[in-house]
Design a protein around this ligand. Structure first.
Ligand code: FAD
Length: 455
C-alpha cells in the first residue's frame, strides 16, 4: 500500500496495456471492452438493471440517488443498498459535517466549485424530502421527522495561527469563487462575528456560505429522497424503480456475483477488507475522534448567528449550547468502532482543547458530554491534492463477455461531504453507460500505478 502511494507521487507514466493481463483484479481504462453493456442508458436495449450499492454513507447514498436520476425512464431498475450498520454507520454518520471547498490554506480544492454545486443540490434534495414528509405528517397531527434541521449553522471562520499562513491565506482569498466566497477580516471584524474570539495575528478568513450539517439527519433525508424518487419514477414511467436498504454484512464480491448487473463499492475505510480488493487499494486508514461539549445553563450561550470555527482543532456548533470539537488523527489505526472509551476520550480532549482554546478561550468552560469516532480512508497525495479513487475494479471476477461489473467509490478522506455529490454523479453515469472513460482520468489513474506495482 505504501509502495503504491509512493509510486503515485513519483511518476505520471502509464504502463503499457500488456502489463495488465490476467494478474491483478484492477480493471484498466484502456481495456474498455467492445462488449460494453449499457445498463438503462438511453442507448440501452436492455429494459432492466439490478444494482448493489455496498455502504450507506455519503458515497453510497449519492450513487443511489444518481443511479435513479440518470437511468432511462423505460428501464426497470432495482437497487439494493447493503450496510451492516444501517444508514451512516461508518465515518459519514460520525463526521463533523463541516462543508466548504477550500484547503487549510484557503486554496480551492480540485474541482472544488463543481463539487460544491453538486453537494448543495443533494442537500436541497434531502431538505425537500423532509419537507414533503413533514407536511404529510402535520396533516395527520404527527411529529416532524427530525428533532432539528439538517443544516445546523452557516458560516465558518478561520483565524490565522501562524505568521507564515497570513500571507498565503491573503493571496488565496483573492481566488475564491462567487458561490462560496472568502472574506478577509481583521481581529475586530472577526470578534464582531464571534464575541470573545482570540485572533492572535489580527487576521481571519471568513466563509459566509460554508456550513456545518447534521450528517445522520442528512443521510436519513437523502434515503427518503431516493425512496421518493423511485416511487415517483414508478408512477410516471412504464417500468418500475425500487430501492431497498439491507442491513447485512458483505463478505466478498463473489457472494453477490450472480444477483446483480453491477456492484458499486462504497465501503469507506472497509473497502480493502473485501478479499477481491485486499492489498490493491492505495488507501491509508486514520481514526479520528470528535468530542461533544455542552454549555451549562448559567453561562452565556454561543451566538445563534456566529459561525463555526476552524483552527488547528475545529468547533462545529450544533446549537447555542452544544458543539462538536474535532478531531484527532491516529494514522494506521484499523479500529472502525464509533464507540470511544473514557480513556481514549480524555486523551483526545487533552490534545484538542489547547488548540481550540487558542482561538476560542471560552471553550474551556464547556462540559464534556461524550465522544464518537470514525475511520477515514485516506487516498495518496498527488500534485493535485488528495483525490478520491474511482473506477472499475475486480476484473478477475467479471463475467465472460461482459464489461465492468464492479465499481469503486473510495478514498473520500477528510472531504467526503464536499466530494460525494460529484463522485456519485460521475460514477452513476459510468455505471449506466458501462463506460469508465466518462470518469476524469485524475480519479482513475491510481489504478495504473497499482497495476505497475503489482506487475
Ligand atoms: C472524525 C471524523 C470527522 C470527519 N469530519 C468531516 C467533516 O467535517 N467534513 C467532511 O467532509 N468529512 C469529514 N470526515 C470524512 C468523512 O466522514 C468521510 O470522507 C466520509 O464519511 C466517507 O464516506 P463513505 O461513504 O466513503 O464511507 P463511510 O461513511 O465509512 O461508509 C461506509 C459504510 O459501509 C459500511 N460497511 C463497511 N464494511 C461493510 C461490509 N463488509 N458489509 C456491509 N457494510 C459495510 C459501513 O457500515 C459504513 O456505513 C470526517 C471523518 C472522521 C473520521
Amino acid at each position: 500500500m505504501e509502495a503504491a502511494a509512493s509510486y503515485l507521487l513519483s511518476s505520471g507514466r502509464r504502463p503499457s496495456p500488456s502489463s495488465f493481463r490476467g494478474r491483478s483484479p484492477i480493471h484498466h481504462p484502456s481495456a474498455r471492452s467492445d462488449h460494453r453493456r449499457f445498463l438503462c442508458s438511453q442507448e440501452s436495449i436492455r429494459r432492466s438493471a439490478r444494482y448493489a450499492v455496498l455502504g450507506a454513507g455519503f458515497a453510497g447514498l449519492s450513487v443511489t440517488w444518481h443511479l435513479l436520476q440518470h437511468s432511462s425512464k423505460e428501464c426497470h431498475i432495482s437497487i439494493d443498498i447493503y450496510d451492516e450498520a444501517g444508514l451512516g454507520g461508518g465515518a459519514s454518520g460520525v463526521s463533523g459535517g463541516l462543508l466548504h471547498p477550500y484547503s487549510p490554506k484557503a486554496k480551492i480544492l480540485w474541482r472544488g466549485s463543481e463539487s460544491w454545486k453538486e453537494c448543495l443540490k443533494l442537500l436541497a434534495t434531502a431538505e425537500r424530502a423532509v419537507e414533503r414528509r413533514d407536511s404529510a405528517r402535520r396533516s395527520h397531527n404527527q411529529p416532524c421527522s427530525f428533532d432539528g434541521p439538517i443544516i445546523l449553522k452557516r458560516g465558518i471562520l478561520r483565524p490565522a495561527t501562524t505568521e507564515a499562513k497570513v500571507e498565503i491565506l491573503k493571496e488565496n482569498a483573492q481566488n475564491c469563487f462567487k458561490n462560496c466566497t472568502l472574506e478577509v477580516l481583521d481581529g475586530k471584524a472577526a470578534e464582531r462575528l464571534v464575541p470573545n474570539l482570540a485572533v492572535p495575528l489580527d487576521f481571519a478568513i471568513y466563509m459566509p456560505q460554508a456550513m456545518n450539517i447534521h450528517p445522520k439527519r442528512y443521510l436519513q433525508a437523502l434515503f427518503f429522497a431516493c425512496k421518493d424518487l423511485a416511487d415517483e419514477a414508478s408512477s410516471l414511467r412504464v417500468a418500475k424503480a425500487e430501492v431497498r436498504l439491507l442491513k447485512e454484512h458483505v463478505k466478498s464480491l463473489l457472494e453477490l456475483d450472480e444477483k446483480y448487473d453491477a456492484v458499486i463499492i462504497c465501503l469507506g475505510a472497509q473497502a480493502g477488507m473485501l478479499p477481491e480488493l485486499s492489498g490493491n487499494l492505495p488507501l491509508r486508514k486514520c481514526r479520528g475522534i470528535i468530542a461533544e461539549l455542552d454549555l451549562s445553563t448559567d453561562i452565556e450561550e454561543y451566538g445563534s448567528q456566529s459561525p463555526s470555527i476552524l483552527s488547528n482543532a475545529w468547533l462545529a456548533f450544533q446549537s447555542p449550547r452544544s458543539v462538536l470539537m474535532g478531531s484527532t488523527w491516529e494514522w494506521g489505526s484499523t479500529n472502525h468502532v464509533s464507540h470511544v472509551t473514557l480513556q481514549e476520550a480524555e486523551k483526545a480532549v487533552k490534545e484538542m482543547l489547547p488548540k481550540a482554546s487558542a482561538v476560542y478561550p471560552a471553550i474551556k468552560k464547556w462540559d464534556f458530554a461524550g465522544a464518537r469516532a470514525g475511520l477515514r480512508a485516506m487516498p495518496p497525495l498527488t500534485p493535485l491534492g488528495s483525490l478520491p479513487l474511482l473506477g472499475c475494479v475486480a476484473e478477475a471476477s467479471r463475467r465472460k463477455g461482459a464489461s465492468c461489473r464492479h465499481w469503486l467509490v473510495g478514498g473520500l478522506g477528510s472531504r467526503g461531504l464536499l466530494y460525494h455529490g460529484l463522485l456519485g454523479k460521475l460514477t452513476a453515469q459510468a455505471v449506466i453507460s458501462a463506460d469508465e472513460a466518462v470518469l476524469p482520468s485524475e480519479l482513475t489513474s491510481w489504478k495504473s500505478r497499482v497495476q505497475t506495482e503489482t506487475s
